[in-house]
Design a protein around this ligand. Structure first.
Ligand SMILES: *[C@@H]1O[C@H](CO)[C@@H](O)[C@H](O)[C@H]1NC(C)=O
Ligand SMILES: *[C@@H]1O[C@H](CO)[C@@H](O)[C@H](O)[C@H]1NC(C)=O
Length: 254
């Protein structure tokens, strides 16, 4: 003969302990693990099934105090030049013009990473020389650390041309990163932690801007200056130096 349930009631068992007992601490820990660990796991995994994502980070940029400047002084192609590379300066002969340079890197928001570079160059010129175009190469060390760890040496080339002789060039722009492929999230990326210009080289071809740019653009990670409007000022007094003022922001959100 089969049995059937005639009646049922739940049983509640209470376990009591004082607040300062091991049992209470254990229960507290179990509660914390139940609620906090899933939160931590979801937060730290940056989304469970993400394959690709983007984020923003202010890079640690430092000007390396390396410059190369070329100014065209007449329409037939004469030029004056200067650089911080003594081998290049030695090749210049009487085209060398040593400018007065003033450089300042400032950190406006106080986070320990410089936010902008202010650069002034005064290039002495003879009264017969005029400037029509300027090329100025600057090198930087560039580091990312938030997700991908990247240490590299990069450059920007400022280049501007005027149809009439000018006395001053003002450039204000943002230093931007150009990436051809996603960065690895593991390891330290130091493939490009090499000088853009080999300062030891005695050969003129090393300092040729075409060669430098050709090699540089082969990289998967480069920086460039986004500067839509370089401003020229015309009218130079006969003996006055040519002035270049550049402001380069490393962080574009102030
Ligand atoms: C990058 O290069 C600089 C200069 O060559 C060197 O001092 C630095 O240790 C290098 N950094 C890494 C992470 O390789
Ligand atoms: C640059 O990207 C190409 C194509 O994805 C890759 O084959 C090459 O290894 C990368 N170079 C470096 C130095 O990461």
């Amino acid at each position: 003969m089969g049995l059937y349930e005639v009646y049922s009631h739940p049983v509640l068992t209470r376990y009591k302990a004082s607040v300062c007992s091991r049992a209470s601490v254990f229960v507290l820990v179990v509660y914390l693990l139940t609620y906090i660990s899933p939160l931590l796991i979801t937060y730290r995994s940056q989304g469970f099934w993400l394959k690709q994502s983007s984020y923003e980070e202010q890079p640690q940029v430092r000007f390396q105090y390396e410059m190369l400047m070329i100014g065209v002084t007449d329409v037939s192609g004469d030029y004056v030049a200067w650089s911080t590379f003594s081998n290049f300066n030695n090749l210049l002969g009487d085209k060398l013009r040593i400018p007065t340079v003033s450089v300042r890197e400032s950190d406006r928001n106080g986070d320990g990473k410089p936010d902008r570079l202010s650069l002034q160059l005064s290039v002495p010129l003879s009264s017969k020389e005029q400037i029509y175009s300027i090329q100025l190469l600057l090198t930087f060390s560039y580091q990312l650390s938030r997700m991908s760890v990247v240490v590299m040496q990069t450059m920007v080339l400022l280049q501007s041309l005027s149809p009439v002789p000018v006395s001053q060039l003002f450039i204000s722009g943002d230093l931007k990163l150009q990436q051809k492929e996603p960065l690895s999230h593991r390891g330290v990326h130091t493939d490009y932690n090499v000088s853009v210009i080999d300062s030891e080289s005695p050969f003129a071809s090393t300092y040729d801007l075409t060669t430098i740019i050709r090699n540089y653009q082969e990289r998967n990670l480069t920086t460039y200056l986004s500067c839509p409007v370089p401003v020229w000022t015309v009218g130079r007094a006969a003996s006055a130096p040519f002035q270049i003022n550049a402001e380069i922001r490393y962080q574009w959100r102030q």
